[in-house]
Design a protein around this ligand. Structure first.
Ligand SMILES: *Cc1c(COP(=O)(O)O)cnc(C)c1O
Length: 444
């Protein structure tokens, strides 16, 4: 153990919740450092950066529509639907003997094109951003020209001189591998030992090089980082500190705002919006929470969820130590079946921002992920991967805390959005196994 016992005891005495966390119990934590939007003046990114990111997506839309069939019908815009899940709400009330106030929606990133997970936002964005920079520097594209040219043989030839690397537990690797290979880059994905075989196979099929790595996520990142940066002209997508991933995720807020308007869902002090986001390194939930605060203000309340065995961001924010501590320092093993959530150390970039934007966090047991997966499938016929279900307990967890009371937030007019973060690419046999395991827990 790399930290002193004295230090550990100090943290525990300042944060008594660390005790149950270290005992792997599920907990709810409210963030005492949450800020009002008006006070968030010293963030390293802002609304103008988000707008620029949105414009980049728009420039690349003709390329994406040409290259990915599933984006063609939506003109190359990578976005997912927002669906009300009233039957699931009923089931949650029944199974957990609660009464969720307000309406329950699912943000279906499990259906996102290209990568089938939330990583289609951050990962695809960062690679497009890098590709544009290279092409501009070489003088082969300007923002006045159609980006459909990125589909051409000439561009593929150009990008084939460059390599991209990424360390991943699976889903980020899929998104970076798929988009990079499509553009013509040489791409290497450094996979941690818990990465699924089907993800490795799919990546190889798409033309990426998969480097299998014995350690966990942090080790895969370190190895990937040093091997990639040793190659001339190579670019490493760094999940532990990337601003571009973060901005790619943040754009979801503009899109969600439009969807809320389209569905006549009001968001203001009298109509609060609660958003529940599964959390790994904290980049995806952090970017989305940041974006939502910028676009919808203080009426948005974001909660992150981590597995009881991987509470990296929770411990980082609670102690204020962020990326300086990892779950192993606290005797927690970082073993979970929630793909994308098996992360022991938070992103430094994202946690410095989430520290001010996140209302709170809770932890969930793996067993419950499967239970919720089956409950969602049975009530709504929506199949997501286990990690993507983590937000479904959010409304009841928050209601059981004193968050609403302490902040005088009306709950009967609330809208709850659970962010379903992945699932579309999971092979049928794997999904069947998840589903059956969940049904067993349900006693079905
Ligand atoms: C990556 C991922 C997350 C969390 O994103 P982070 O940026 O790692 O916090 C959540 N769910 C799924 C399915 C993921 O792949």
């Amino acid at each position: 153990m790399s930290i002193e016992l004295q230090q550990l005891n100090d943290w525990i005495s300042c944060n008594p919740l660390l005790k149950p966390i270290m005992n792997l119990e599920s907990v709810v934590w409210l963030n005492p450092k949450l800020q009002k939007l008006a006070d968030m003046t010293d963030l390293p990114v802002n609304l103008a950066d988000m707008e620029k990111a949105e414009q980049l997506w728009q420039r690349f839309a003709p390329f994406l529509a040409a290259q990915f069939q599933d984006t063609a019908k939506v003109n190359g815009i990578v976005e997912s639907p927002l669906r009300e899940v009233a039957r699931m709400k009923e089931q949650l009330n029944k199974q957990f003997e609660g009464e969720i106030e307000g309406r329950l929606y699912l943000k279906c990133d499990n259906e996102l094109p290209i990568a089938g997970s939330i990583k289609a936002r951050g990962g695809v964005y960062e690679v497009l951003h890098h590709a544009e920079k290279l092409a501009e520097k070489a003088g082969i594209i300007s923002s006045q020209q159609s980006y459909e040219q990125f589909s051409s043989q000439k561009f593929k030839q150009f990008f084939s001189q460059y390599s991209i690397g990424v360390g991943s537990t699976g889903n980020l690797g899929l998104s970076i591998g798929i988009i990079s290979a499509k553009l013509g880059f040489q791409v290497s994905v450094y996979m941690s030992s818990d990465a699924k075989a089907w993800k490795k196979e799919l990546l190889r099929e798409k033309g990426a090089t998969v480097v299998e790595f014995k350690g966990g996520f942090s080790e895969a990142i370190s190895a990937g980082r040093s091997e990639t940066l040793a190659k001339p002209g190579a670019y490493f997508v760094d999940d532990e500190k990337s601003k571009h991933l973060f901005l790619g995720y943040s754009v979801a807020a503009f899109r969600l705002k439009q969807q809320l308007t389209d569905q006549n869902i009001q968001v203001d002090a009298k109509h609060p919006l609660f958003v529940y986001l599964p959390c790994g390194v904290g980049g995806a939930p952090g970017g989305i929470a940041f974006g939502l605060k910028q676009v919808l203000g203080d009426a948005v309340h974001c909660f992150f969820v981590e597995p009881t065995h991987s509470p990296a961001v929770l411990i980082g924010l609670m102690t204020g130590e962020k990326e300086k501590v990892c779950v192993q320092d606290f005797g927690i093993n970082n073993v979970t079946e929630g793909d994308g959530l098996a992360v022991g150390r938070p992103s430094s970039f994202a946690s410095s921002i989430s520290e001010k934007t996140v209302s709170g966090m809770y932890t969930i047991e793996d067993q419950e992920l499967f239970f919720l997966l089956a409950l969602l499938a049975n009530s709504e016929e929506i199949f997501v991967e286990p990690s993507a279900t983590a937000g479904l307990l959010g409304p009841l967890k928050v209601q059981a805390s004193d968050y609403a009371q302490a902040n005088k937030i009306p709950m009967n007019t609330a809208t709850h959005i659970v962010w379903a973060t992945g699932g579309a690419l999971v092979p049928k046999e794997e999904m069947d196994a998840f589903y059956q395991r969940g049904n067993k827990n349900l006693g079905v």
